[in-house]
Design a protein around this ligand. Structure first.
Ligand code: PLP
Length: 407
């Protein structure tokens, strides 16, 4: 007798995470057939020769014997103290360790923080493009993503007036990803202040995904949201995955700020959800204090002569040299988000292009529409490879676009 097919959750049909989706599966097939691919789909520093800094590794090795027990659901006290001190130093803004939650990466905390907030039909204002986990977690927690546009012609900056126009009686939160994945935009203080004023007027939670806070190029600056929000309910997310190149350790944090009594029920909800998953990976938690109190190892990589700076420059030069590409140079984070323009963009489908690039040129990128944008002529690459690898990739990209332009 045939076995019944297992049912799945219906709302999963609305969820996409193409960074690790069908194209990545096809890439694995090609690799098993012996092809050597350049995979620029994931911002995974360890895949490109980066290691977590030595002092973080040593902290784990030194304390590994103490990491057997579960910790408190919010995380090790000394890790939360280090996060509180880091926030105070970064933004001149006191946060209290008892309002900090350590999680298995920012990913887990995005999910928990939305689960603690949303009731069916509640709306969350998300940037378009977004990091698609934000859309997925909103949907899977019974919410509805409502997108505000960060358009390339505006340097991928949000427009506060548009954000306000999208607020409804069901809006529960405004999400900002700053510096942004996938665009690399970093937001000026005035924009953030305008968005804070909207959140205040309409009584909605601010959620600031600041996982790339110290990954900045040229004269770009980073303005944390929480100090501007003051007494307004705000959650700021950070972690070790990018700035400290330790994504496999699964360490992130969520810092709650704003009026304590206004957030009391919400904090208890976060605490309950945190308790249900017991605690975050303890060896990873041990590395937090070492990371935040230790040497700054990311700024040298982003400064002139630094590896990320050089690869970003290779990206900018490749796009300038191409007759088929436009780029808003990333101010921060680990990605470029170029647009295909001109004759090569005629009847363009970013998925078909990504597949063609994979099949014919052995390069894996992420189609722009994976980031919930209404246009289909962008793609994302990570800035993590060596500059010469990126130059070679863009030569291959141009070859495909040249053929398309000639059609
Ligand atoms: N938020 C953004 C904007 C990201 O780009 C990522 C990972 O790429 C995450 C969150 C998740 O990071 P973590 O490794 O801490 O789960």
């Amino acid at each position: 007798m045939p076995l019944h097919a297992l049912p799945t959750r219906e709302r999963l049909t609305e969820v996409r995470y193409e960074i690790r989706g069908a194209l990545a599966r096809r890439a694995r097939e090609l690799e098993t057939q012996g092809r050597t691919l350049v995979k620029l789909n994931i911002g995974n520093p360890g895949n490109f020769g980066f290691r977590a800094p030595e002092h973080l590794q040593q902290a784990i090795v030194q304390h590994i014997a103490d990491t057997d027990p579960y910790t408190h659901q919010q995380g090790l006290p000394q890790a939360r103290e280090a996060i509180a001190a880091h926030h105070a130093a970064r933004g001149g803004f006191e946060v209290s360790a008892d309002r900090i939650f350590v999680g298995n990466g920012v990913s887990e905390l995005i999910d928990i923080s939305l689960r603690a907030l949303l009731n069916p039909g509640d709306e969350v204002l998300l940037p378009s493009p977004d990091y698609p986990l934000w859309s997925a977690a909103t949907i899977l927690n019974d919410g509805r993503p409502v997108y505000y546009q960060c358009l390339p012609e505006n340097g991928f900056q949000p427009d506060p007036a548009e954000i306000e126009s999208l607020i409804s009686s069901r809006t529960r939160a405004i999400v900002l990803i700053n510096p942004n994945n996938p665009t690399g935009a970093s937001y000026p203080r005035e924009t953030l202040e305008a968005i804070v004023a909207i959140a205040r007027k309409h009584g909605v939670l601010l959620m600031a995904d600041e996982i790339y806070d110290h990954i900045l190029y040229d004269d770009a600056t980073f303005q944390p949201l929480a100090p501007l929000a003051g007494d307004l309910p705000c959650i700021s997310f950070g972690g070790l995955s990018k700035v400290h190149r330790a994504c496999g350790w699964r360490v992130g944090w969520a810092v709650l700020s704003g009026d304590r009594s206004a957030m009391q029920a919400y904090t208890q909800a976060m605490d309950l959800l945190g308790a249900l998953r017991l605690c975050a990976n303890v060896p990873g938690q041990v590395a937090i204090e070492a990371a935040l109190n230790g040497l700054d190892t990311i700024t040298p990589l982003c400064s002139p002569e630094g590896r990320l700076f050089e690869t970003r420059r290779a990206l900018i030069e490749a796009c300038e040299a191409s007759a088929h590409l436009d780029l808003v140079a990333p101010a921060g984070a680990l990605y470029g988000f170029p647009a295909v323009t001109g004759p090569a963009a005629h009847a363009f489908d970013d998925h078909a292009f990504a597949l063609e690039l994979l099949e014919t040129e052995d390069v894996l990128i992420v189609p722009g529409s994976s980031f919930n944008v209404p246009y289909r002529n962008h793609f994302r690459v990570t800035l993590l490879p060596q500059p010469e690898v990126l130059r070679d990739v863009f030569a291959r990209i141009d070859r495909v676009l040249e053929k398309r332009a000639a059609l």
